[in-house]
Every structure is written in C-alpha cells, then in structure tokens.
Design a protein around this ligand. Structure first.
Ligand SMILES: NC(=O)c1ccc[n+]([C@@H]2O[C@H](COP(=O)([O-])OP(=O)(O)OC[C@H]3O[C@@H](n4cnc5c(N)ncnc54)[C@H](O)[C@@H]3O)[C@@H](O)[C@H]2O)c1
Length: 259
C-alpha cells in the first residue's frame, strides 16, 4: 500500500522540474494523478513515464491563470478518477526585474500566474474536496517569500502572497477537513534556475549553503508527499523551507542577486 493510495491529486506545472518530480512520486505512492501544464508535449513525456512504472495519470493542458481552465481540469479529474483530494499548486514563473523596471503588464502577468493561479485552484477544487470530506492543498511559494533579496521584486511579492494565502485558506477550509500547507524551496536545480542563472552563479550559491549542495526536484517532492499524505493530518497553515539551511544563514544566495 502506497502512502497516497486512494488519493486523487492534481499537480500543476507538472511538465518540468519539481512538478514533474511530484507527479511521478505521487503516482509511485498510489495516487491517481492529473498532471497539468501549459506545455502539453513535455507533459505527455512525464505521464508516459508514470504509465511505464505502472502508475495512474492523465495529462491535461492547463493555464493556471485561467479560471475556466481550472473548471475544465476539475471536471475531467472527477470524470476520470473521482473527487479531488490533493491539490499541488506548483506551477510558477520567474523574472529578476528590479523595482524600477517592472511594468504594470509584467506585474500583472507575475501575479496572475503565481498568486491568482493557486487561489483560483483552491476555489475550483473546493466543491470536490467538500464532497470528498477531506483534502490537502499544497502551495509552492519560495524562500524569497521569507528572505528578500535584490532584483526579484515582483516574484518576491507574488510568492509572499502565496505564503500568506496558505495561512488564510488553512483557517477558512479547516471546517471542511481541508488542510493547506506551503513549501518554500531554496535553490533547486530545475529549468527555471538553469535558464535564469549562469552555472557559475549556481556553483557560488551551492558554496554559500550550509549543506553545500543545490536542491533536487525530488527533495521538494518528498516534502510535498508528506503534506499530501494522511501522515500530516494534524498539520495545516504551515510554511516549510526546503533550502539546505540557506534562510537561517541570512537569506537568498547573494551570488544569485548580483550581476
Ligand atoms: N527552482 C527553484 O530554485 C525554485 C525556488 C523557489 C520556488 N520555486 C517555485 O517552484 C515552482 C516550480 O518551479 P520549477 O523550478 O520546477 O520550474 P520549471 O520552470 O522547471 O517548471 C515550472 C512549470 O510550470 C509551468 N507553467 C508556467 N506557467 C504556467 C501556467 N500559467 N499554467 C500552468 N503551468 C505553467 C511551466 O511550463 C513548467 O513546466 C514554481 O512555483 C517556482 O516559482 C522554484
């Protein structure tokens, strides 16, 4: 019996990085997984890997910033696997624009995907989770939500919103036996950081971490697995750093913040 046997999980941003690792681990642990992303080609490969390992998964193209798209995903999940009991709000975008350069358009795009996206997801799965009588929602913010650093201004604001949303939703949804928790990753080696930073900056970030390593997507997926499972049934409204102890050292890697 897997740690998620009987669960029906939607994982957003599952075509890459942490979302792909979470979708695969959840399926290995027995969940029926609906993997969603704006990138259908890469998503199909993740779902094919899950099927090869004997897991249950469905790939759906989905833009988390679009409320109608959420309703379609939830409907198709219910039709295929039944009521949703786990929502992994993982999808996100990043840019390193500083205060003086953030346009209103760029701000809205960041907030739409990173903050409205998970909020809309919570709205969309609520009827399903209420019917099921149980639910676990896992948001993904960032270490940047608790330790600011230069140049990540709009991203930091969007992730602070996700962190706070977690606490608000945990209180509002507790009467329905729905738990809401948040993961705040540090520097994790995914397409997002490999595109954003030169390799030297990542090596410098690694050296700056007390644990002297860059995180792997699976490191975050294991934390998500705990929150998704009934093992965490008394845990709600929390934000958990997965960052190699970088935050307690004083924040986001200076190497990533400098030019
Ligand atoms: N990598 C890190 O160091 C790091 C650190 C802190 C937080 N995070 C957060 O972790 C989450 C996962 O990031 P990752 O590093 O795995 O990135 P990634 O770029 O590898 O994966 C993100 C996925 O989200 C998808 N996506 C983007 N916009 C979307 C949308 N509107 N709707 C649906 N899917 C969309 C992308 O297509 C991609 O597959 C993000 O929320 C990110 O902000 C990452």
């Amino acid at each position: 019996m897997g740690r998620l046997t009987g669960k029906v999980a939607i994982v957003t941003g599952a075509a890459s990085g942490m979302g792909a690792a979470e979708a695969e681990l959840f399926a290995v642990e027995g969940a029926s997984v609906v993997a969603t992303d704006v990138n259908p080609a890469a998503l199909e490969k993740v779902v094919a890997r899950i099927h090869e390992q004997g897991g249950q998964a469905l790939a759906l193209q989905h833009d988390v910033a679009c409320r109608d798209s959420w309703d379609r995903v939830v409907r198709q999940t219910e039709d295929t696997f039944g009521d949703v009991t786990v929502l992994m709000n993982n999808a996100g975008i990043w840019n390193d624009t500083g205060y003086e350069d953030v346009t209103h358009e760029a701000w809205l795009q960041m907030m739409n995907v990173n903050a409205w996206g998970p909020f809309a997801g919570i709205q969309a799965v609520l009827p399903s989770m209420k019917r099921a009588g149980v639910g676990s929602i896992i948001n993904v913010a960032s270490m940047a939500a608790v330790n600011a650093c230069g140049r990540f201004s709009a991203y930091t604001c969007s992730k602070g919103s996700v962190d706070a949303m977690t606490r608000a939703a945990a209180i509002d949804l507790a009467p329905f036996n729905i738990r809401v928790n948040c993961i705040n990753p540090g520097v994790i080696r995914t397409a997002m950081v490999e595109t954003a930073f030169p390799e030297e900056a990542l090596v410098a970030a690694q050296r700056a971490q007390p644990l002297q390593r860059i995180g792997r997507p699976v490191d975050v997926a294991y934390m998500a697995l705990y929150f998704a499972s009934d093992e965490s049934w008394f845990t709600s409204g929390t934000s958990q750093l997965v960052d190699g102890a970088m935050a307690v050292m004083g924040g986001v890697a200076p190497a990533l913040a400098s030019d």
